[in-house]
Design a protein around this ligand. Sequence first.
Ligand SMILES: [Zn+2]
Length: 337
Amino acid sequence: MLPDGDRVARVETETPSADGPAAVVRACQETVAAARADAPSEVVSAVAGVGISSPGPLDPYAGIVLEPPNLGPEFRDIPLAAALADSTGLPAFLDRDTNVAALGEHAFGAARDGADFIYLTVSTGVGGAIVAGGRVFHGPDGLAGELGHVQVALDGPRCGCGGEAHVEAFAGGASLAREARALVIAGASPFLTERARALGEAEELSAKDVAEGALAGDPACVELMDRARRALAAACVGYVHAFNPHRIVIGGSIAEGEGERLLEPIRAAIARDAFAVFARRVRVVPAGLGGDVSLAGCHPLVLSRLEGEPATTRSATSMPSTAPAVPAGASPGGTSR
Ligand SMILES: [Zn+2]
């Protein structure tokens, strides 16, 4: 990738989660090697580092992926940054996919001219990142920014993480799909019952079906989507008070599908429930970069870590101090390049 965000090579492969951690690491190494082989020679010789966007939880300081829920039970404490540093001979840097996405939106997307913003992704789960003063806020263990696991009610559905009434439990795609199946079993939604019949079984129902049911006027679907919007809006009011962002950038498949139906209630809640003088400064905007946002974010990730922030991996201490800035990227569990 070039400093203006232009991509010179892109290689994509399936994540072989079922074959174990070694296979996933090998796939990352091979796709980075393949992308390097595809790039023009003057770019290859100028590559300064490797950025890695991975599902969390992870340790961004040590470059270790801890125990992501979707990469198989064996995928524990994998030193992915060191593995890619070894295979490429370059410094390699790891961060959570949502933090990398926020860096991408900051460098090239909807947060380009803002230093203080919240990034939120609403898709299968609800993920987030906090950018303060132009830097991702990680916290001492790298947990900060897990904005989907903020409680928005005293009682509510169980979250995928095990917690109760987290915003993800109301608004995440997996949660909405689970609620959809419950509605079919309870016979409480004619739209979803009909949709499940068309799909073959209720297990196939997704958040998209709930959203379409709401648009079609199915009362149970309307209620579910309304609850999801209110949960996100309440969470965003909390983020405004906790982090003083000037912008809340919202991406992810559900946010893209819902558009203003999702953003407008968030703006209204902030105007109504946040400290007025500060609330007026907050803009709630759609993400600008779409599905490849983490790949775009690997560029600023490498640049910021080469500049010594927040902490460098072991391999980075030996990197040449005058290395030109043309990072490569990798992303297990998503697209790889
Ligand atoms: Zn949770």
